[in-house]
Design a protein around this ligand. Structure first.
Ligand SMILES: [Zn+2]
Length: 468
């Protein structure tokens, strides 16, 4: 690949001032007002629009985003009631050729009501169907799907009162991996979608134990399907696995609440990461799993860069522990906007004030960063900023009014360095990589009504993507 052509961005707003920015190769070369165009330089008139460092999504699942695009949406907003769920399954069944697997995503009991294999069998008779819960941590399989996979019982296969499988399956992703998708997943479409959102780099936090999953991402970067810089985690089994084209992120440790590991096992995983020279990112969404995660990190010794993912339930005593261990929290503001009603209905009333804390984490001095967790949260960071400001559920209730942020602080939570989430926002200045996001309007206007519609151009390593 040849290097990007020389570029002059004229009349852009950088940290509140109108200026010009010259890009040479993959880096910002000059930031000063009144720069003259050199021969052969492409010139873009920014018309006073803000030029920001490109956004970083600190926690996403790229392959799952691609797979979700090839799946039937079975949760809000596409499905808001049990009837809509049944009709959506029936329509997808009618439209698909015989024998083809259907994959549904986003299932949410609050919208669809409980789902089991019998319900899938009624609306997609004889068809292999797999439906992923909105959390990503549970599947419901139709009877044909259970038969094809040979999942008649055992670990993670829920049994009903009759002793037969209900179709609900936990923690058996290895059995489900590699099943066919119609149409096949398209990582190039994910890369393009991220560019339209101003996202120039991402951290894939999938806890996979399959080398092929990580290698797929490396290949997508090397082939240019994903123009972004990509950091990949993988689970402890792959702590030493290195992939050309991507950077290693923290080792991902998942604490599944239906099957919490013992403290010794978790400590062992932390040691595995350490032995490979890596930090850890521990998934926790409940008080119990947060306590376990913090106990393990306290016992093994936390190092800078160790992370808590989600931190959905952090009462003040746990927050103080997070702060004293020097941990970073990477969380997802869109969860409140997408599923806040379910949280408010399910969580003990005493715990409601501790749901998805952000402002109090910042006040406690905890480095706190934002991410999408897409496809389980919304890929759009601008929606994340709106949700961090409003914290309003779909029905209009506010989750923890005291945790609302101003839009500028919310934006900054996407601007830390990839290896320092929640650290100081990157800046547009000479010498930095030209990973940039040009808006159509000044920052103040964009923050008054945050929206991806203001993203005009995205530059990754000096290469321009967008309408111009
Ligand atoms: Zn995740």
């Amino acid at each position: 690949m040849t290097g990007p052509p020389p570029l002059l961005l004229r009349d852009v707003e950088v940290r509140g001032r109108r200026t010009d920015v010259r890009v040479r190769g993959a880096r910002v070369h000059e930031v000063a007002p009144g720069l003259r165009a050199s021969p052969g330089e492409q010139v873009v008139d920014g018309a006073g629009g803000a030029l920001l460092p490109g956004l970083h999504d600190h926690h996403v699942h790229l392959a799952a985003v691609a797979a979700a695009a090839a799946s039937v949406p079975l949760g809000p907003p596409a499905v808001r009631s049990p009837g809509e769920f049944d009709r959506a399954v029936g329509r997808a069944h009618a439209a698909a050729p015989d024998g083809v697997w259907l994959r549904g995503v986003g299932q949410d009991d609050a919208a669809s009501g409980p789902v089991d294999r019998h319900r899938l069998d009624v609306f997609a008779p004889g068809r292999p169907v797999r439906v992923q819960h909105a959390s990503g941590h549970r599947w419901v399989l139709s009877s044909t799907a259970l038969d094809l996979l040979g999942l008649r019982g055992g670990d993670g296969v829920e049994a009903g009162e009759d002793g037969q499988p209900t179709g609900r399956v936990f923690g058996r992703d290895a059995a489900l991996r590699g099943l066919p998708l119609m149409p096949p997943p398209d990582l190039a479409a994910v890369g393009a979608a991220l560019l339209r959102l101003g996202v120039t780099s991402v951290s894939d936090l999938t806890a996979t134990s399959s080398q092929a999953d990580l290698d797929l991402l490396g290949a997508a970067v090397r082939e240019g399907l994903l123009p972004q810089a990509v950091y990949v985690s993988g689970g402890p089994a792959l702590a030493r696995h290195r992939v050309d084209g991507v950077e290693p992120g923290p080792v991902k440790l998942v604490l599944a609440d239906h099957d919490l590991p013992g403290l010794d096992d978790l400590r062992e995983d932390v040691r595995t990461a350490r032995a490979a020279g890596r930090t850890v990112a521990v998934h926790t969404v409940t008080r119990a799993s947060a306590t376990l995660a913090l106990a393990a990190l306290a016992a093994e010794g936390a190092v800078p860069g160790d992370r808590i993912e989600h931190g959905s339930m952090l009462p003040s005593e746990l927050m103080a522990w997070v702060a004293s261990l020097g941990l970073t929290v990477v969380t997802q503001p869109s969860f409140v906007g997408l599923r806040g009603d379910t949280y408010l209905d399910d969580v003990d009333p005493d715990d409601v004030p501790h749901l998805y804390p952000v402002r109090s984490l910042l006040a406690a001095g905890v480095r706190t960063a934002f991410s999408s967790d897409a496809p389980f949260g919304d890929l759009d960071p601008w929606r994340g900023i709106r949700d961090a400001v409003a914290r309003r559920t779909p029905s209009g209730r506010v989750v923890g009014a005291g945790e609302c942020l101003d839009a500028g602080t919310a934006l900054a939570a996407y601007l830390g360095a990839p290896d320092d989430p929640g650290g100081p926002p990157r800046r547009v200045r000479p010498g930095v990589p030209a990973d940039l996001c040009l808006l159509t309007v000044p920052l103040r206007d964009a923050l008054s009504e945050p929206s991806a519609e203001y993203v005009r151009l995205t530059l990754v390593r000096g290469r321009v993507y967008g309408a111009g």
